[in-house]
Design a protein around this ligand. Structure first.
Ligand SMILES: *Cc1c(COP(=O)(O)O)cnc(C)c1O
Length: 359
């Protein structure tokens, strides 16, 4: 599939872009262009076009505004020292996008078309890919029902866009140990629900849990399973890992209510190279609290594309507080973070063929 390149000029001046790239924050600024494909029932996917980034013309009756038939992805484009631009395991995101689409009754988009959209945007917006440091260009493919119809059924018209946003640190304080509040009442997703799909609705239902965590002075919320409220699912947008003193690196097994993170999968695969034993199993929150208190748990961290790997310094709940290790950034946590970012920025060899060149 080939994209028609943009014809419209850039909307952002070179000076303004340089100013934004100096301190991009996260998700605040958007590039000059976006990629678009439309699907219609009977006809399938249109060819791709690169359009100027700008408002969409959506009618008030558009299905997505009422029934939230929407999915998205999140990846980053990294500039390497030689100026080339790469992304990390985009085939994994494409596959997850297909699984999310199926769950939300949206049409599947081929891996080829998914990756073509990333290439189209990053090629058009190449000057927006920051260089140096730990900055990147965050890529946000998303698909939504866009039929003007208020009945409840899968939409006959669907739009797929990819937009881009220069990114610095995800958390405003940079890489600092997080305090995580264990939600006493909310769950993120239930069995048979949409927990494994990357859909906007999951985030809508996580917001109040996150709000109450912030109200408790925490940075993030941890959701437990909806049935027994005993086992860890994940944070609002990141998977969770626990490092034990015997070298086991444990993350909750995928039960359907947990988002299968690409970062999570990559950490599990890299762990043995670094003397760690990756384990996927259910994590009982009471047992975890005991293991933290006894010193058996050495480190905890959160993992996702946006924040990469971020240490968790403390858990808190209505029952008390548990400081992990000395509450600081764990050594293994920061080493894993460095390995992953070194790989993504091309500073170490890509033995597994995980990197995909975009420009
Ligand atoms: C995207 C996401 C993650 C992290 O997935 P990555 O592929 O590693 O970015 C974790 N949890 C939720 C709920 C997410 O939406």
């Amino acid at each position: 599939m080939t994209y028609t390149p943009p014809t419209a000029p850039r909307r952002t001046s070179d000076e303004r872009r340089a100013e934004i790239l100096a301190a991009p924050g996260f998700g605040n600024h958007f590039t000059d262009y976006m990629a678009h494909q439309r699907w219609t029932v009977g006809e399938g996917w249109s060819s791709g076009e690169v359009l100027p980034y700008g408002p969409l013309n959506i009618e008030p009756a558009s299905a997505v505004l009422h029934y939230a038939q929407e999915i998205f992805e999140g990846l980053k484009a990294f500039r390497h020292a030689d100026g080339s631009v790469w992304t990390f395991r985009p085939d994994m995101n494409a596959l997850r996008f297909q699984r999310s689409a199926e769950r939300l009754a949206l049409p599947p988009l081929s891996t080829e078309d998914f990756i073509a959209s990333l290439e189209a945007v990053v090629q058009a917006d190449e000057p927006w890919v920051p260089g140096g440091g730990e900055k990147s260009l965050y890529l946000r493919p998303f698909m939504f029902a866009n039929e003007n119809f208020l009945g409840v059924r899968a939409s006959h018209t669907v739009d797929f866009y990819t937009i881009a946003s220069p990114a610095g640190d995800y958390f405003p304080r940079g890489v600092q140990p997080l305090t995580v509040w264990i939600s006493p009442d909310y769950a993120r997703a239930g069995r048979g629900g949409t927990g494994f799909a990357k859909c906007g609705g999951n985030y809508a239902s996580s917001l109040e849990g996150k709000n109450s965590a912030v109200g408790q002075g925490a940075d993030e919320v941890m959701f437990l399973d909806s049935e027994t409220h005993t086992f860890i699912d994940e944070l609002s947008g990141m998977n969770v890992f626990v490092l034990h003193s015997d070298g086991r690196l444990v993350t909750p097994q995928l039960t359907g209510s947990i988002l299968p993170g690409v970062t999570r999968d990559s950490i599990l695969e890299l762990a043995p190279d670094h003397g760690l034993t990756p384990v996927e199993e259910r994590i009982d929150i009471h047992r975890l609290a005991e293991d933290i208190a006894s010193g058996e748990v050495l480190e905890m961290f959160a993992a996702g594309t946006a924040a990469v790997i971020n240490p968790i310094g403390k858990l808190a709940s209505e029952q008390g507080e548990w400081t992990i290790g000395d509450g600081g950034s764990g050594e293994t946590t920061m080493a894993l973070r460095r390995i992953l970012t070194d790989l993504q920025y091309g500073r170490i060899a890509d033995d597994r063929g995980w990197m995909h060149r975009l420009v």
